[in-house]
Design a protein. Sequence first.
Length: 400
Amino acid sequence: MTATESAPPTAPVPPLAARARSVGGSPVRDILAVTARPEVINFAGGLPAPELFDRDGIAAAFRDVLADVPSRALQYSTTEGEPTLRAGIAARITGQGLPTSPDDLLVTTGSQQALSLLATALIEPGDTVLVESPCYLAALQVFGLAGARVVPVPGDVDGIDPAALEEAVRRERPKLLYLVPTFQNPTGRTMPAPRREEVAAVAARQGLWIIEDDPYGELRYDGIRAPWIASCPGAEDRVVLLGSFSKVMAPGLRLGWLRAPADLRRACAVAKQAADLHTPTLNQLAAARYMDVLDTHVARVRTVYGERRDAMLAGLAEALPEGSVWNRPEGGMFLWARLPDSYDTTALLPRVVAQDVAYVPGVPFYAADPDPATLRLCFVTQTPKEIEEGLRRLGRGLRG
């Protein structure tokens, strides 16, 4: 070929799948990337406080496992999960009021994977999924990638409205309902026990799967624990309970679990085999060892996080514009606020970030009809002193 000759034409590669083209990334992740500067006080992430990680205790668990069972720890494992970890999780769930055996559980690579596996096992493109309004953002992404039609159900400060849920089920004929009933992300609200029973009854009458996601339930600072929906009458054969060690142990371990009826659990195990074969064996065995001291660690974390929640609540009235409203979560990591109607939290975010502080606008958490005046604040990552300074900066940014 001479220099004057051109290369032969090539055909373009086939396009990405439609689902990959239609679902965007996480706005929260995008905000965290923009605000990664160390001087930024970041209320945007859902990040546990790194200084509270029990580095010594977790390191000891890994050392013990590698010393005692190295060949097992470094080997392939079963898809369902290490028996010792499943036994520990089952005992913990049983102790909290929901009788559970190890065989009821599938260990997952974070509870986010559990959501993905359930979407694979349950959702056909075009199926309808009901969600809260607003809803956990990453769940909206999972259902969108699965090709689901996502429909929000109205609610109030106590969560989803059972009457509205029953009407939506009759109208939409959905495959499943997704809920975070305890310290919900993003609102921090908790569904009372009587409403949980009503939701379970609707599912039993109408024939509906419920995914009950509970990543924050052990982070309660006051109030009385509500029973899982999975323990309500009529829910036994139709509720999948998800849990995670990310908020109470360490998110970097990527350990979660799902508790599901046998047929659905087996389908999720097949989907997991195709995804990653199994969750890392070493991490599972170390977590199983660490569960002996987990309650002590969680009690310490609860004390610190409760103080940080109170610090944020103490400063909000001065930081937010007059006419704003917000909730007082009994636990979890998030506080939800609504500014007056004239405010658009998405448009205001760059001005706020210029003050070296960040939040998450509320709009991405809505499946439909978003409220542009809402925002989410995470209160667990910063110290009370940092929260106080962050709220001062927030107030300056919102006032312009």
